[in-house]
Design a protein. Structure first.
Lengths: 204, 106
């Protein structure tokens, strides 16, 4: 019993001594600050500034940032990274980028690539000039998707933009699986909204 | 980082010195908190000495609102380009004094 008493008693003595000595330094530094800058008292009172609270507030902000960072890292830690990360395509060709909403709130595809690894970039709504390297310029690219007239193209509208992109992406082109191999369908051509053959096939 | 100059004021030396006393964790960090407060006053004293009195109020208000914003350091450099050296010197001097005080009690 005496052993423990002496042990804790010594520790308490050390702590109290250290605390008293260090507190003296703290008070001296505080007094020196106010002696050097006597106008600080008025400024502190005017704006309700407390130097200790500044330190505590800083610690709170750092703690909140750490907690927020840990919370945002949970999907990565459990193996579900953000859906914005493009998935690698094994055959390198069929890839449909995520549709994005334009200024009017409609969801439009921003880029489309086709089979055989020949990417074709589709300009966004409103630009009017698709950036297809080999296809002739189209004059009606202002309306890439017409939801009222193409029910089967509603995959774009019926799918949340947070959902992962479809593997083949043919629905975004107004096509179905295997139709790209159809010689009637040009491999690189005008915008899907202009593919009248697809409208017929899609509606039937 | 809790305040914008924390990277200039390290507490590792003080921390290692207090570790020699083998205190309970709560007491250990309470002493570190006192040291941190001391350094805070010293550094603020140096900063206010280096910038014009006319901007003291603006700086203190901004510092109070956003303690960890690194933009404060850029603001101070407008008046004293070597403010980082000044802060580091003041902190090192205070830490040396405190370490002597602590080691004398061992």
């Amino acid at each position: 019993m005496a052993f423990w008493t002496n042990l804790f008693g010594k520790a308490e003595d050390k702590y109290e001594t250290l605390r008293e000595r260090l507190t003296v330094h703290e008070q001296n530094s505080q007094e020196q600050l106010h002696a050097t800058h006597p106008h600080l008292s008025d400024l502190f009172a005017k704006h309700q500034i407390d130097l200790r609270q500044i330190r505590k507030q800083g610690v709170r902000i750092a703690t909140a940032a750490a907690v927020l960072g840990a919370f945002l890292a949970i999907p990565h830690l459990i193996g579900h990274p953000s859906v914005t990360t493009p998935r690698p395509q094994p055959n390198g060709g069929k890839e449909v980028t995520r549709p994005v909403a334009d200024q009017s709130g409609r969801i439009t595809p921003t880029a489309i690539s086709t089979q055989a690894g020949t990417p074709v970039e589709q300009s966004s709504v409103g630009t009017g000039t698709p950036s297809q390297p080999e296809a002739p310029p189209s004059d009606s690219t202002d309306q890439p998707d017409q939801p009222s007239s193409k029910g089967h193209q509603g995959h774009i509208h019926g799918r949340s933009y947070l959902a992962p992109p479809k593997e083949h992406g043919l629905h975004d082109l107004g096509l179905h699986r295997g139709q790209l191999k159809n010689p009637q369908v040009p491999e690189i051509g005008p915008h899907p909204s202009e593919l009248t053959v697809n409208k017929k096939e899609g509606k039937t | 980082m809790s305040v914008f100059y924390d990277h200039l004021v390290g507490l590792d030396d003080i921390h290692n010195e207090i570790l020699e006393f083998d205190l309970p964790t709560r007491q250990h960090y309470h002493l570190l908190q006192i040291v941190d407060s001391t350094l805070h006053h010293e550094v603020l004293n140096v900063i206010l000495l280096e910038i014009p009195v006319a901007v003291h109020e603006h700086f203190l208000v901004e510092f109070n609102n956003r303690p960890g914003d690194p933009a404060h350091l850029d603001y101070l450099k407008l008046f004293r380009p070597n403010i980082e050296d000044k802060i580091r010197e003041a902190a090192d001097g205070t830490k040396t004094r405190l370490i002597q005080e602590i080691s004398s009690l061992r």
